[in-house]
Design a binder for this molecule. Structure first.
Ligand code: ADP
Ligand code: MG
Length: 214
């Protein structure tokens, strides 16, 4: 029986795909699962972060590979999926063969977006790609998650309402707010769960997201 494949994807850059992919992969590994983080972005940000993690000898070690080509990604993931319990794919921030291949392989796609209207429109693009992937393979669950959410104001509610216009995606009401701890952790190849001093609010937000995903 193969592992669960989770893509963190959007056709937009800078929305927090790599940050969430790292946090999800590390959290699952900390829970004792065999995790593989597949970096499907040409820019290889997740690989770089995990190289920093490796150099620091931080445990758990996270297995990783970099496939920016859709055909290669598909072949490798199909070939190696039985070796892992969870495979987390960090897709690049544009429409690419790798993103399309990842969606067709995945059980779950997490789409981070930001609480500004211009980002909400990016949800339209990924919603179309999700529909295409579903035409090829049944059972892809798709969730939109607010990342770098504001701590105050109604932007978050507005963004949530906008996602409701895309039935391809389900809005998960577990926003991750903009927090320095999250950026600092990811830059060091770490989950916010591992960071000292602890940021309890960030940890609670991540745990709420993980709980609704798994
Ligand atoms: N919740 C957050 N709080 C603060 N900074 C964040 C958060 N999520 C992402 N970032 C920062 O935003 C930038 C873009 O995030 P990244 O994960 O690289 O996006 P993507 O992979 O979608 O391009 C990075 O500098 C990252 O540290
Ligand atoms: Mg990235």
């Amino acid at each position: 029986m193969g592992g669960k494949i989770i893509t963190v994807g959007s056709t937009k850059g800078g929305v927090g795909k790599t940050t969430l992919a790292l946090n999800i992969a590390i959290a699952r590994a900390m829970a004792g699962r065999d995790v593989w983080l597949v970096d499907a972005d040409r820019q290889a940000t997740a690989s770089t972060a995990l190289a920093i993690r490796g150099e620091a000898d931080r445990l758990p070690a996270i297995a990783t590979a970099h496939y920016a080509d859709g055909g290669q990604l598909r072949t490798q993931v199909l070939h190696q999926r039985n070796k892992f319990e969870d495979i987390v794919i960090d897709a690049g921030g544009r429409d690419s063969t790798a993103l399309r291949a990842a969606l067709v392989l995945s059980d779950l796609v997490v789409v981070p977006f930001q609480p500004r209207s211009i980002d909400v429109w990016a949800v339209a693009d990924i919603a179309a790609l999700i529909e295409e992937a579903r035409a090829m393979r049944d059972g892809l669950q798709a969730y939109a998650v607010l990342n770098m959410a504001d701590t105050a104001g109604t932007d978050n509610e507005d963004a949530a309402a906008a996602v409701a216009d895309y039935p391809a995606l389900q809005y998960l009401d577990t926003p991750i707010r903009r927090r320095k701890s999250i950026a600092n952790a990811a830059g060091n190849g770490m989950s916010v769960l591992e960071l000292t001093p602890r940021d309890d609010k960030a940890i609670a937000e991540l745990n709420a997201l993980l709980q609704s995903l798994f």
